[in-house]
Each structure stands twice: as C-alpha cells, then as structure tokens.
Write a protein that binds this ligand. Structure first.
Ligand SMILES: *[C@@H]1O[C@H](CO)[C@@H](O)[C@H](O)[C@H]1NC(C)=O
Ligand SMILES: *[C@@H]1O[C@H](CO)[C@@H](O)[C@H](O)[C@H]1NC(C)=O
Ligand SMILES: *[C@@H]1O[C@H](CO)[C@@H](O)[C@H](O)[C@H]1NC(C)=O
Ligand SMILES: *[C@@H]1O[C@H](CO)[C@@H](O)[C@H](O)[C@H]1NC(C)=O
Ligand SMILES: *[C@@H]1O[C@H](CO)[C@@H](O)[C@H](O)[C@H]1NC(C)=O
Ligand SMILES: *[C@@H]1O[C@H](CO)[C@@H](O)[C@H](O)[C@H]1NC(C)=O
Length: 492
C-alpha cells in the first residue's frame, strides 16, 4: 500500500457529519401559567378484554415490566380491561374458568366468548386502579347488569371506573344488535344515556364511576358522528352526569401511507393527531371531570412500523404531548398476544415501543405539572416537568426519521439552567427501523437502549452498563446534541 492510498483510506474511514442544526429554548424557572397539572400515574396499560387472563397468568414478561413501571411511579400502574371483545363477552355465573371461546386461529380475536366470575378475581390480584369494560353492543341488559353486580362484589376496592361499551361509534361495523340506524350521535347518545341511567340504578354507590364515550374516532368535522361533546351538551342530563367520573376517547392514528414511518413519527403529526380532542378536553374540564385516552396506540391496523424504534419515539411524544394539553391519563393498548404489532410485549419478548413508554413514565413520575416549549411545528419537542415549583426534568425529542447514510444531528441549547452541571439519559437505536428480537443473544445486535441499557426478555431487568451523560452548564446554558431519532431526559 503506498503512502498516498493509505492516507486516502484513513480519510475515507472518518465519519462524515452532517451540519448540525440548532434550536434554543429558555427554561422557565417556575411553572408558567399555561403549565398543565400532572396526574401521579399518567401512563397506564389497557388489556384487550379476552386477553386479560393471558397477560396476567400465561406469559412473561408483561407483568414484570408493569412492576418496573410501578416502581418508577412508587405506586401501582393503573390499568383498563376492555376493547372490541368486551362487546362480544357473555357472562356465565356458573363458568369456572376465566374465559372460554372457540379459537380457530390464535392470532384472531374470537367473535363470541364466555367468561366467569374468576375473571374479576385477577383484578385485586393485580392490585392497581382498574377501569373495567362491560358489554353494551349485544344489548343484553340482564346479562350485563348481572356481571356488573358480581364484578362489584369481587373487585370494588380496585375499580375506579366502568365502561358501558367499547367504541360504540363503530358498532355498526360489527353488526351489533343494539344499533338503531343510522346510529349517529343522536341514537348512540340516547342509548348511552339510557344504559348509563339503568346502570347507575343497579350500581348505586360509590359515585361517580362511569368512563363515558370511549369512541374509536373523534372527527371534529363530523358533528353527526357519536362524540363526547354531544354527550355533554345534549344526551346526558344531570342525573347521568352525576355518575360520570371521566370522559374517555380512543386514539389510533390512521396512517394515510402505511409505510411512511417518517411522517407518522414526526412531532407535527403527533400534535395534529391529539388536537382533535381539544373540544372534548375543554368540555370535560368544564364539567369538572377529567378527560382520558382510555385506549390508545400507534395505528388501528397492523403495520410493520408499529413495532419499530420510531414507534417508541412516537409513543413517548404522544404521552408527553397528551398530558401537556390536559389529558389526564393514557392507557396504551395491549391487543392479541403475538399479533398486534403495537403491543409493548409478545410472549417472551419486549417490543421496541415499550422503551418509549418506559421513558415517558421515567420523565413524568414525580412531576406535578408540565409545559411544552416548542411550537409543535417542527420535528423537535421540548417538555419541562415541574415538581412543585421547581423544574426537575427536561425531555428533548428529535423525531426526525433516520434509516441509513449520514445521520443528522441537532443541537438543543437550553438557557435559564441553575445547576453547574446536569445529568441525562439517552434513548437511542441504530435507526428508526430497529425492532427487538426474542433471542437477544448477540449483545452487539441493533436494539434500542435507554441510558445505555436494554431490558431482558426473561424478566424485564435492565441489562448492560448504565450510561449517565454529564453536561457542564455555563452562564445558565448547556447544549445537548441529539441525532435524528433520539430522545434525552435531562435531570436538573
Ligand atoms: C341475555 O342473557 C341471558 C343470560 O344472562 C340469557 O338467558 C338470554 O337469552 C340473553 N338474551 C338475549 C336476547 O340474548
Ligand atoms: C355485517 O353484516 C354485513 C351484511 O350482512 C356483512 O357483509 C358483514 O360481513 C358483517 N360483518 C361482520 C363483522 O360480521
Ligand atoms: C335522565 O336521563 C335518563 C336517560 O335518558 C333518564 O332515564 C332519566 O329519567 C333522566 N332523569 C331525569 C331526572 O330526567
Ligand atoms: C341522526 O339521524 C336522525 C334520523 O335520521 C336525525 O333525526 C338526527 O338529526 C341525526 N342526528 C344528528 C346529530 O345528526
Ligand atoms: C409511502 O411512504 C413511503 C416511505 O416514505 C414512500 O416511499 C412511498 O412513496 C409513499 N407512498 C405514497 C403512495 O405516497
Ligand atoms: C387545538 O388546540 C391547539 C392548542 O391550543 C391548537 O394549536 C390547535 O389548532 C387546536 N386544534 C383544533 C382542531 O381545534
């Protein structure tokens, strides 16, 4: 090798950096007036109704991971048990198992199932605050109210809310017998009110207890589509409203292009997806009750991008943005095991989106209020979490997509910092497209890491060396570099 070619070889092997762009934010020392109050456990889990016993008793590591999230909160993570199969469930007081259904294909949810009283015994066994769903779609009041009475007897201590029907706005898609055409906001609203009143007569105390709405889609341009503002403004009278603990919406973003992860993970898209709830949030607060996302996840149909690291960043950003605009809690849905690609877990596997959920809990736990500093019009998100009067954590997210080639970097300069140095944990992966594997054998293989660590598929314990970054603050300012598709949690 001649000296010249050697020189060229060395030069060519140097990493090539794209010009860094930079953004600057000033951190308000005290919570600004527009800061949103934070619930102590804003991120929860939703379990598809017929899968609840399987998540609790059959597979690892979902409940071990839930325990890790509960450890971050210092209290048990809240859950919701419901979904499309809640409106296919018949209660049988004599049935001694958890659930029973004909399973033609384990990856397809059954159209009918039976469940017994043992189903609810798993709720006190879990031990956290639980929202429980019941069947309205099959229009069998005696069956549903018999179930309600027994569930109350067995699990009252943990029941914080009851849903009467899941996604009733799309009941006609499932040919549910309760549907009265055209099943617009008027018919659905009257049915919701009537069922709520009869339920309240059966339930009696404690009140309030209903999670109302639970619509699949919120479409502000379609006032005839069943919607929470209609329930509040028109369908519910004071007697029904006295029973409402919270209003609830569901959020899955239907991607216009099922392979466009870059567009789907972008902060601008997350902001737009959540803005459809503005009116529902404002009206709920006007009634003095919270608004939650009782069920949410990336997309409504199984698309590959749901299992990627990009989905983890979207999960993180959706969580932070939602609580910032006044949504009290989000319940991330866990659907059919080994089938729903957005699931945080499969059997013996932690999926990439869990890393985003974990970091959201890490960022929000212990916080009392939150404010977003960016304008929602770029790929960069900046959230400041306050504990009492003190800014305690800052979460930076660079939602730019990255697959291969030159990976752009953005410098986030923060001013108004009071410490002389700060520490931070980074969420990263080799690209937005990284997915996890069941084997986890090769420690060098691409996987998401949080603070240098990854979670073991065996028991959800943290593996690898923990990496805490320290940054010096000069004149109240510090700069943090985030590559495309990275997030950084800064501890003040
Ligand atoms: C409603 O459920 C009860 C059992 O609780 C059952 O006996 C009855 O046949 C059901 N009614 C309809 C219309 O399916
Ligand atoms: C609902 O009914 C329509 C018309 O009978 C049928 O084409 C469709 O397959 C049914 N859908 C379901 C989910 O059963
Ligand atoms: C309130 O609305 C419910 C449901 O429509 C109805 O059953 C009930 O009688 C109403 N209560 C009053 C006090 O008007
Ligand atoms: C729903 O449809 C009924 C019957 O066509 C109609 O009277 C009512 O105005 C509609 N409601 C809404 C909210 O569009
Ligand atoms: C969908 O997104 C992919 C990835 O960004 C892109 O290659 C493709 O052209 C898009 N398809 C359409 C129809 O826009
Ligand atoms: C919702 O509120 C946000 C923040 O106030 C605003 O930027 C957005 O335009 C609103 N969106 C809708 C659909 O009302």
């Amino acid at each position: 090798m001649t000296p010249v070619t050697k020189h060229l070889f060395l030069f060519a092997s140097l990493p090539v950096y794209a010009t860094a762009s930079c953004v600057e934010y000033s951190i308000p020392r005290y919570p600004p007036r527009n800061a949103a109050p934070l619930d102590p456990t804003p991120i929860g889990l939703s379990f598809e109704f017929y899968m609840w016993p399987s998540y609790m008793t059959n597979i690892t590591p979902p409940m071990q991971c839930a325990e890790r999230l509960s450890d971050l909160y210092g209290r048990t993570m809240p859950i919701r048990i419901g979904g499309t199969t809640q409106d296919r469930a018949t209660y049988d007081p004599e049935f001694e198992g958890y659930v029973s259904y004909v399973n033609e294909d384990p990856l397809v949810a059954p159209m009918e199932l039976t469940y017994g009283p043992k189903f609810w015994d798993l709720i006190p066994e879990y031990g956290g605050e639980t929202i429980l769903g019941f069947n309205r779609g099959d229009n069998n009041r005696s069956n549903t109210f018999a179930a309600v009475v027994e569930a109350k007897r067995r699990a009252l201590r943990n029941l914080v809310a009851i849903e009467l029907g899941n996604e009733p706005d799309v009941y006609n898609m499932w040919n549910k017998s309760i549907v009265v055409p055209p099943w617009n906001a008027s018919q659905e609203g009257a049915s919701a009110a009537d069922w709520a009143q009869e339920f309240l007569n059966v339930w009696k105390q404690p009140l309030p207890i209903l999670a109302a709405g639970s619509y699949a889609a919120t479409i502000p341009s379609r006032p005839d589509w069943p919607n929470v503002p209609y329930l509040i403004n028109t369908a519910f009278n004071d007697s029904v409203k006295a029973g409402v603990k919270t209003y609830s919406g569901h959020l899955y973003a239907a991607p216009p292009n099922k392979t466009d992860l870059a567009g789907e993970m972008s902060h601008v898209k997350t902001v737009a997806d959540l803005s459809v709830f503005n009116e529902s949030i404002a009206l709920s607060h006007g009634e003095g009750v919270p608004f939650i996302l009782g069920e949410t996840n990336f997309h409504p149909y199984d698309v590959h991008m749901d299992e990627t690291f990009g989905a983890a960043l979207a999960t993180l950003d959706r969580s932070m943005r939602a609580v910032t605009i006044g949504i009290q809690r989000l319940f991330f849905h866990q659907g059919t095991i080994n089938q729903a690609l957005f699931n945080w877990w499969s059997d013996r596997q932690i999926n990439a989106p869990f890393y985003g959920g974990y970091m959201a809990v890490q960022a929000l736990a212990g916080g009392t209020s939150i404010v977003e500093l960016d304008q929602g019009d770029s790929s960069y998100a900046v959230y400041v979490v306050y504990s009492g009067h003190r800014a305690s954590k800052i979460l930076l997210i660079n939602t730019e997509y990255y697959a291969e080639g030159v990976r752009p970097t953005t410098d986030f300069t923060l001013s108004g910092l009071r410490a002389s140095r700060v520490t931070a944990l980074r969420l990263t992966a080799e690209s937005s497209e990284v997915v996890t594997t069941r084997e986890q054998t090769n420690p060098g293989s691409p996987r998401p890491t949080l603070g240098g660590q990854w979670f073991s598929n065996a028991d959800c314990s943290a593996k690898g060396a923990r990496k805490v970054e320290t940054t010096r603050v000069g004149g109240g300012k510090a700069t943090f570099s985030l590559k495309a598709s990275e997030a950084l949690l800064v501890y003040l």
